[in-house]
Design a binder for this molecule. Sequence first.
Ligand SMILES: [Zn+2]
Length: 235
Amino acid sequence: MIKKSLGIISVLTLLWMIYGMFTTLVLRKTSKRLVKKLNTDGIALTFDDGPNEIYTIQLLDLLKRYDAKATFFVVGEKVDRHPEIVKRIHQEGHAIGIHHYQHLSSWKLTPKQLEEQLVQTDKAIFRATGEHPTLYRPPWGFCNLFTLQKAKNLDIIIWSHIFGDWKIHNCKRKLLEGLRQVPADGSIVLLHDDGANPGADDEAPAFMLQQLEKYLEESSQQNISFVKIEGRMLP
Ligand SMILES: [Zn+2]
């Protein structure tokens, strides 16, 4: 009896890994639908997990000061809590993409649930901005077997550079140096303007913003342009 149960659990675990983990690895290696770099000059700064009532506001002020454009991958339920922030993101000329309605891994979602996450977030962004998003970044970059089909009308944006900025010690130790190494040839940089997810430090965005400010100041001396992600830049 125990042996049979263990057998069933092993089979289910294997199926789940094929549904999520293996599919993510294969798609990241092989699929052209998962965009990791843009066909453009400049750098695309992207910010996940907001909007946050403190940090997203500070970030928008900072971007405005340096005339930098960015892309925000927002969580739908937070959009519904702070539509005025999302409206401001839109009005200030940044791009907005879907990061699920709740911050849930695609590995835990059925095909139907994944579709609902996309549809609900699309609606929330539309209510806040009057425009439908065309960009999508799944939380943690995790896909499942149905991601390409369910997101067939969306451009799936992954990243070329990631620095672990959800941890305060990474922001202090290596973020600025990491940012300095990013080539301005269509690189996509992943940062976070909210720290509420499990495994993240709540106040990490405050430390990210300190380093980002130094980086933008340095970059303004070097004429590096910071661009929002648009369809024409996709490979
Ligand atoms: Zn996220």
